[in-house]
Write a protein that binds this ligand. Structure first.
Ligand SMILES: Nc1nc2c(ncn2[C@@H]2O[C@H](COP(=O)(O)OP(=O)(O)OP(=O)(O)O)[C@@H](O)[C@H]2O)c(=O)[nH]1
Ligand SMILES: [Mg+2]
Length: 413
């Protein structure tokens, strides 16, 4: 993992610098504002500092050279001189860091009480268990045992927390296995926790929203199981694009199986004062495409489908293929409350869609968010939006990967 910090006047500029330097796969780990101190307050603006990271393999593919970079190199890539002059030493702690702090304290306390109940082996009892040849060797070994004991205890606690949050054993072992090698035997709890937190944020990856689409991608399909919140998600996105971004949008529904489904979207279309088109099949969508091309964005609702129903799957595929590949994108809407085994089957049913993105709904209905990480790792699809309630147009927004990583490690929301 390679982590660096970038400072600029705006968040966007700092992120651009990070992507320029680390490649397009760089993930934003943290954003904070840094206020200039003392007399400099008068002359210098507050700057935004973005911490970004990328997995080592991704750097190699970006640069094309297998040449590991040192983590501390160029840590403050664009502000070395400012740092040396001490202009920006007063750093505002971001909310996420404060929450990680409280997490660290909690883990430390837990480890301490574990140690009290189950103290690590002392040099004395290790000595009785091992055949010791030299006195010096013995002391060194003993220290290693104690250090490793602490590290193992901490990793075990984190492992438990992740499993409690429904991250599958497979992915817990994978993530901890990957970081284990990089954590020193005498690493502090803070250090271990931060390393794992960063690894999870990296694994959750970059989120991809509709506004990140190229201009020609204006058709957006929403697909997924029944009752997960596809139509509600569309209403929330439509209201953002129409009322906030002032875009010319159109809603389309192909969910003609239920009268109520058309009525539901029609209600939202009326409230937002946007047109609604109803199509019964793929050829009808093709027929009206020329008219739809006039809009900035076309949001297409589809009927909820059981992943076990092949015919429904074929209809959906045909409908999506009615729009050329380079003009559309697909969002698979999933409820985070669905059992992982079922989510796995659902993901399999959509596996022939190469580049879909994931929306997770009903975050308000569960306290364990492991499924988000599980499905992200299973499908490697990009995460996008999440929803945490029924209130349209609120309770909806970009998936906050930092907050999810924190919650998976036992932190509170
Ligand atoms: N608690 C909670 N309820 C939600 C959320 N998103 C949607 N719902 C509710 O879930 C129910 C189903 O939502 P819809 O948007 O109709 O789901 P759908 O996927 O379009 O359903 P079908 O069209 O029948 O497949 C509604 O009662 C929504 O209000 C959420 O994030 N949290
Ligand atoms: Mg619906």
């Amino acid at each position: 993992m390679n982590i660096k910090k970038y400072q600029a006047e705006t968040e966007e500029e700092a992120i651009l610098q990070a992507r320029d330097d680390l490649g397009k796969d760089a993930i934003v780990m943290n954003i904070k504002k840094i206020k200039p101190k003392g007399i400099y307050k008068l002359f210098k603006k507050t700057v935004v500092e973005v911490t970004a990271a990328v997995d080592d393999e991704k750097i190699y593919s970006h640069t094309g050279v297998r040449q590991p970079r040192k983590m501390q190199d160029n840590l403050y890539a664009n502000s070395d001189s400012m740092k040396k002059e001490g202009i920006y030493p007063e750093e505002e702690k971001s909310a996420i860091e404060e929450k990680l702090d409280s997490l660290q304290n909690m883990l430390k306390q837990q480890m301490q009480s574990n140690m009290d109940i189950n103290p690590p082996k002392t040099s004395k009892n290790v000595r009785t268990e091992e055949v010791v040849k030299k006195e010096g060797e013995d002391v060194e070994k003993t220290e290693d045992v104690v250090k490793n004991d602490k590290k193992t205890q901490c990793l075990n606690l984190i492992k438990e927390k992740m499993k409690d949050n429904d991250v599958t054993s497979e992915y817990v072992e994978q993530i901890l296995g990957e970081v284990d090698k990089t954590i020193k035997a005498d690493a502090s709890v803070d250090n271990i926790l931060t390393t794992i937190y960063q690894k999870i944020v990296l694994k959750l990856g970059q989120t991809k929203l509709i506004e990140n689409n190229p201009d020609n991608v204006k058709y957006v399909f929403f697909m997924g199981p029944t009752g997960v919140g596809k139509t509600t998600s569309i209403a929330k996105i439509a209201s953002e694009f129409k009322l906030v971004k002032k875009k010319n949008i159109c809603l389309v529904t192909s969910d003609t199986y239920r009268i109520a489904a058309v009525e539901q979207l029609k209600t939202y279309a009326n409230i937002l004062n946007v047109p609604l088109e109803v199509v019964y099949n793929a050829s009808e969508l093709k027929e009206i495409k020329e008219r739809l091309d006039e809009f900035d964005l076309v949001l297409i609702d589809t009927a909820g489908r059981s992943h076990k129903n092949k015919a429904q799957g074929d209809d959906l595929r045909e409908l999506v293929d009615a729009i050329p590949k380079d003009e559309r994108c697909e969002y698979l809407v999933l409820s985070v409350t669905t059992k992982y085994n079922d989510l796995k089957q659902i993901a399999k049913a959509y596996s022939d869609y190469e580049d879909y993105r994931l929306i997770f709904t009903k975050l308000d209905e569960t306290s364990t968010l492991g499924n988000i990480l599980n499905i992200k790792l299973l499908t490697n699809a990009s995460l996008s939006y999440s929803s945490w309630g029924q209130d349209v147009p609120n309770d909806f927004g970009r998936i906050d990967t930092q907050s999810i990583a924190k919650q998976l490690l036992g932190g509170s929301n």
